[in-house]
Design a binder for this molecule. Structure first.
Ligand code: ATP
Ligand code: MG
Length: 292
């Protein structure tokens, strides 16, 4: 967690209200390679030359990026720039999309996650993901959270499993609202509660890396603050990559920030620097609200 505060965010540019239609060619002409240091000394995941296509359309172009151990990385950028696509590459979630082809090198602790013998179920336990839209299983609240620990054999007894479920729900700030109805269906919860259930389900298997794609967009400010506290706590021991449209959230929770634009990784840097003194003009335009 850095010490950056909302007050330090640059004032939104007055032109923000009269957004110009972006000239894509002109914007791309300004991109000559990622600005900033994409590598870290203690990488948990390391990506090199990542290209992603959906059919003939290329969504990600030649992205290099490391995610450090015990680091929270925010991924920001205009809608459609490829944030979710890139995030989904990191635990092979894109495998589930027929037309999607991922190329390049992506490693976890130095090992290629796209290697043919990779156990994808195990990979997704080690690299968990929380989506923007909550997707609880059609099972009870308890069974949603217990699902991962059960299939990965993480609990030796019923009481151990009970304990994992309780701790996970507490860390996701849901326990007090569901403790007396763990047998009710997860799908019967409110949208914000479902999202916290999905977060509990993800952390129940103690993933080493947690990917979050706009995890708070369905949450009220109180639940959002609690999830940000959780990110802060988890970031001390785990690697977290969070996609967010809230620059205040990126500033609050992340150590480094990556700015994506039209499928390119434009700039990476320490979050404080990105928001107060961005190097690339495209980054500056975005954070000052000029377009995107
Ligand atoms: N399943 C899919 N099939 C085909 N094209 C896709 C698919 N998912 C995304 N795309 C395309 O890939 C590009 C990047 O999309 P992506 O969803 O990664 O953007 P994003 O940065 O996450 O946007 P948002 O902020 O709106 O969530 C877009 O042009 C999008 O239309
Ligand atoms: Mg997205």
């Amino acid at each position: 967690m850095n010490s950056f505060t909302d007050a330090a965010l640059p004032a939104t540019d007055s032109t923000a209200t009269t957004k110009e239609a972006p000239d894509l060619d002109a914007q791309l002409a300004k991109f000559t390679g990622t600005v900033g240091n994409v590598r870290v000394d203690n990488a948990k995941m390391s990506m090199t030359g990542v290209d992603v296509h959906y059919g003939d359309a290329q969504a990600i172009h030649n992205v290099d990026l490391d995610l450090g151990k015990n680091e929270v990385m925010a991924m920001i950028g205009p809608s459609g720039c490829g944030k979710s696509t890139f995030l989904r590459c990191l635990n092979r979630m894109n495998d589930t999309i027929e037309s999607c082809k991922v190329a390049g090198s992506l490693t976890l602790d130095g090992e290629d996650i796209y290697e043919r013998n990779q156990d994808v179920v195990l990979l997704r336990a080690r690299v968990g993901i929380v989506f923007q839209k909550p997707n609880p299983f059609p099972k009870s609240i308890y069974d949603n959270v217990a699902y991962g620990p059960r299939i990965h054999g993480l609990a030796a007894s019923k009481s151990e499993l009970d304990d994992i479920v309780e701790q996970s729900l507490k860390r996701a700030s849901l326990w007090s609202e569901v403790a007396d109805r763990l047998d009710n269906p997860g799908t019967g919860l409110s949208g914000g509660q479902q999202q916290r259930l999905c977060i509990a389900r993800t952390i129940a298997v103690s993933p080493e890396v947690i990917l979050m794609d706009e995890p708070c967009s369905a949450l009220d400010p109180i639940a959002t603050a609690k999830i940000e506290e959780l990110i802060d706590e988890l970031g001390k021991n785990y690697t977290i990559a969070i996609v967010t449209h809230s620059m205040q959230q990126a500033a609050r929770v992340s150590d480094r920030t990556a700015y994506f634009h039209l499928g390119r990784l434009v700039e990476v840097g320490v979050t404080n620097d990105i928001f107060t003194n961005p190097t690339h003009q495209l980054t500056e335009n975005y954070i000052t609200g000029r377009f995107g």
